[in-house]
Ligand binder design. Structure first.
Ligand code: XMP
Length: 507
């Protein structure tokens, strides 16, 4: 496996992802906690960092157990670190070293740059620059603005690059990692979900020991896979709580609960629908609804957790995109569009330690792990569903009657997608209940009833999305079914907006 030493870069997790995409297992450890079993790692990658090597607070770990003994790739801060503390010189840069650049020089016959050509786009993001290479440094690549863009150390398998191979915009980044790991470090590309499961189970056991762990199940892929992993690791010490917030899909609570029981999970279903509806009464603003739902969930969950004695840990199905998105919600540089979920929602009074077995992996990896764990493919293939559920798909205030109407509409739409073989072609689908009434005619009667919007999008991560070109015949049939079967609805529209500029949910 690959050891990634994290110096705090926002991209460290991406390095791990890129390495794993090559089917090579990688682990991230803080720079100042180098694992003692260093022999179990075959190569080391040093990440970037927001810090400067020149500052008084420079992160300065002792790498003597690694340096020259194992193949090492130093990225950005890592590259500056090696230069600064080993006889080179790092200084503030006076040219622009952010963003796109192209390699303008590559030393001939360097295996490190196998299959990578001059002109290859690389992504830079640093304010210091390497003025002089460290002792025994050999220049192996430059860009127009950055002479010392890549170097290696003569007599060692040590490579250093100023740019970020892990980001998408470094077009040959993956090839470069492959060159380093496969060709220069001798990795076989045989990491599988099995090995992730084995390592994660061992890590959970080591972390929580014989303590009790509580986990909130949502019916979604992430919390389910997290629960099954934890169950494998600690069995009956895992206490799962599945809350019905009254805003789930039709029959979802009952059917998912029995599925969980069938999987051998120690799960308690709590029907708190009324409590949520009461908390939501009269609230129209989307963010206030989210807060009300979030708070009600915390209260219900906390009540339940207090019924258990001696619980020390709270497990969460947080996956990496949650971690990225929550940065904006918790005061990061980008604006809060919608306050998302999972991360940072823990009230102080719960005082539980957190265990998040899926924190470093992405949705597609979660699904692969889930399949390997034997979880029902239908459950794994479920569309994402927001935590506040139908609460943010009923525009404006929420009542029990509106929930009922939307559940019926949603069920017709989703079951239709399944029956027509369209469900798996869509990333996420659902129906919105709009706060408008419109005039219709049924039989000879005038009606003045609700309008629903259907939405189906394709996406990979929910960050960007486009509407799906569903067949007209399907839309026609679905619209007919909805209007004929769901009392209170007389009009159906299909949402043809992409994200951006729209969002997936209407609230
Ligand atoms: P938007 O509407 O922001 O949605 O384009 C992107 C993805 O996030 C889901 N979503 C939420 N999930 N709590 C959640 O757990 C929320 O408050 C929330 N808001 C949106 C949405 O369903 C889509 O998959």
């Amino acid at each position: 496996k690959v050891l990634i030493l994290d110096f705090g870069s926002q991209y460290t997790q991406l390095i791990a992802r890129r390495v794993r995409e090559l089917n090579i297992y990688s682990e991230i450890h803080p720079f100042n906690k180098i694992p003692t079993n260093i022999d179990s790692y075959k190569a080391v990658i040093l990440s970037g960092s927001p810090n400067s090597v020149r500052g008084e607070d420079a992160l300065h770990p002792d790498l003597s157990a690694i340096r020259g003994k194992k193949p090492m790739l130093a990225v950005c801060y890592g590259a500056q670190y090696l230069a600064h503390f080993s006889g080179g010189n790092v200084a503030p840069s006076n040219t622009r070293e952010y963003g796109r650049a192209n390699l303008s020089f590559i030393k001939e016959d360097e295996a490190f740059f196998n299959k990578i050509n001059i002109g290859s786009q690389v992504w830079m993001s640093h304010s210091d620059t390497i003025k002089e290479l460290p002792t025994n440094g050999v220049l192996i690549a430059s860009t127009n603005d950055v002479t010392n863009a890549a170097y290696r150390i003569e007599g060692e398998d040590t490579f250093a690059i100023q740019f970020h191979p892990e980001v998408y915009h470094s077009t040959d980044g993956k090839q470069l990692l492959e060159n380093f790991l496969v060709h220069l470090s001798g990795f076989k590309q045989d990491w599988t979900p099995d090995s992730f499961i084995e390592e994660t189970v061992a890590a959970i056991q080591e972390k929580v020991g014989n303590d009790k762990v509580v986990l909130g199940l949502s019916g979604g892929v992430d919390s389910t896979v997290a629960a099954v992993l934890l169950n494998k690791a600690i069995g009956k010490n895992l206490y799962c709580i599945f809350v019905n917030n009254g805003l789930l899909r039709k029959n979802e609570f009952e059917s998912v609960l029995s599925q969980y029981e069938g999987m051998g999970l120690n799960v308690k279903g709590v029907d708190a629908s009324k409590r949520f509806l009461d908390a939501l009464a009269g609230i129209e603003d989307p963010e206030k609804k989210r807060k009300a739902i979030g708070n009600a969930f915390i209260e219900v969950f906390d009540d339940e957790a207090h019924k258990l004695t001696d619980v020390k840990w709270l497990a969460q199905g947080t996956i990496y995109p949650d971690v990225i998105e929550s940065v904006s919600a918790t005061g990061g540089p980008s604006a809060t569009i919608k306050s998302h979920h999972n991360v940072g929602g823990l009230p102080d009074f719960m005082k539980l330690k957190i265990v998040e077995p899926l924190r470093a992996i992405f949705k597609d990896e979660v699904r692969r792990v889930g399949a390997t764990l034997g979880i029902d493919p239908e459950l794994l293939g479920r569309h994402p569903f927001p935590g506040p559920g139908l609460g943010i798909r009923i525009l404006g205030d929420i009542t029990a009657e509106k929930v009922r109407i939307l559940q019926e509409v949603d069920a017709i739409f989703i079951n239709g997608l399944k029956a027509w073989g369209l469900y798996d072609k869509v990333w996420q689908a659902g129906a919105m209940l709009l706060p408008v009434n419109s005039v219709g005619v049924m039989g000879d009667e005038r009606t003045y009833e609700k309008c629903v919007a259907l939405r189906a999008v394709e996406s990979t991560d929910g960050m960007t999305a486009d509407w799906v070109n569903l067949p007209y015949e399907f839309l026609q049939k679905t619209s007919n079914d909805i209007i004929n079967k769901v009392k209170g609805v007389n009009r159906v529209v299909y949402d043809i907006s992409s994200k951006p500029p729209a969002t997936i949910e209407w609230e």
